[in-house]
Design a binder for this molecule. Structure first.
Ligand code: CP
Ligand code: NVA
Length: 307
């Protein structure tokens, strides 16, 4: 694996190694055992064109605990595609640092960087996908259901967005069934399911319009904001369109009793998910957030040949 821009950049054995290593490194950390300094002498540049709490802190801590360093670049200062061409900036970075962690407004920026940087480029969220989130999501599901997730059902309630796309992809790759419940016009684009099926012919992907139908056989009920970063102007329209798609106790009552609730955060409490659910006994939301740290250590370990 050269880059990690989408889940499908990783082979199935890479994905398994990332998740196994993540769990191993988490155990080491909990036991107070320092990690092998696989990133010793390595510096990664971090450039986030959109706000972040979880992604920034988890990568900074992960790299530090693996012996490396992160330098944060201010996007307004670098001016990717404005002050200079993305390709030029990527070539410059490639001669000085050992990797780039980038959160971008346009997914194509990542692809262009990867083409020219000559060092690993990691997607820290784009308008299309959020593969690092999906790694932490899979780790959280393995914590709950064991390492074999084949046959489990993930119900994503809400917007067919970047998080949904990466989650659908990793679900298919790990043999899970993925059901998306979205209102008309807010589902994933057709090409998202097509891309997954091209790689995974037997992928079980479904689109429904009813959250109630989606959760019926769910092992995992997942939601995310209805208004992603950059869509703030559409907030009112979106909130109207997503009426009836809230993850609340009434919806949970229709799911199997063992089903857990996940959300990538940040959450809009009492909008897409209620306080009672996010703070309730079936929520794994904060463990899921903490798993960002461990999953990304697994990713870095595999990208930089720790295992
Ligand atoms: N879930 C997630 O990526 O959070 P941040 O936007 O805070 O990084
Ligand atoms: N879909 C959200 C995810 C935030 C982590 C967004 O893109 O804003």
């Amino acid at each position: 694996m050269e880059h990690f821009i989408r889940i499908n950049d990783a082979s199935t054995s890479d994905l398994r190694r990332i998740l196994e290593l993540a769990a191993d490194l988490r155990r080491q950390r909990e036991a107070g055992v320092p990690h092998a300094p696989v990133l010793e002498g390595k510096t990664l540049a971090m450039l986030l064109e959109k706000p972040s709490l979880r992604t920034r802190i988890s990568f900074q801590v992960a790299v530090r605990e693996l012996g490396g360093a992160v330098i944060s670049l201010r996007p307004d200062e670098v001016g990717l595609g404005q002050r200079e061409a993305v390709a030029d900036a990527a070539r410059v970075l490639g001669g000085m640092v050992h990797g780039v962690i980038a959160r971008v407004i346009r997914h194509s920026t990542l692809e262009e960087m990867a083409q020219h940087a000559g060092i690993p480029v990691i997607n820290a969220l784009s308008d299309q996908s959020h593969p690092c989130q999906a790694l932490a999501d899979a780790l959280t599901m393995m914590d709950e259901f064991g390492p074999e997730l084949t046959g489990r059902t993930v119900a994503f309630i809400g917007d067919g967005n970047n998080v949904a796309r990466s989650l659908a992809t990793i679900s298919a790759r790990l043999g899970m069934r993925f059901i998306l419940a979205s209102p008309q016009g807010y589902e994933l684009p057709d090409e998202a399911f097509e891309e997954i099926r091209a790689r995974q012919g037997d992928a079980r992907l479904e689109l429904v319009r009813s959250p109630r139908e989606a959760v019926r056989d769910a092992d995992v009920i997942y939601t995310d904001t209805w208004v992603s970063m950059g869509q703030e102007k559409e907030a009112e329209k979106r909130r109207r369109a997503f009426e009836g798609f809230q993850v609340n106790e009434q919806l949970l009552a229709l799911a199997p009793p063992h089903a857990i609730v996940m959300h990538c955060l940040p959450a809009h409490r009492n909008v897409e998910i209620t306080d009672a659910v996010i703070d309730g006994p079936r929520s794994r939301v904060f463990v899921q957030a903490h798993n960002r740290l461990h999953a990304q250590k697994g990713l870095l370990g595999v990208l930089y040949a720790m295992v």
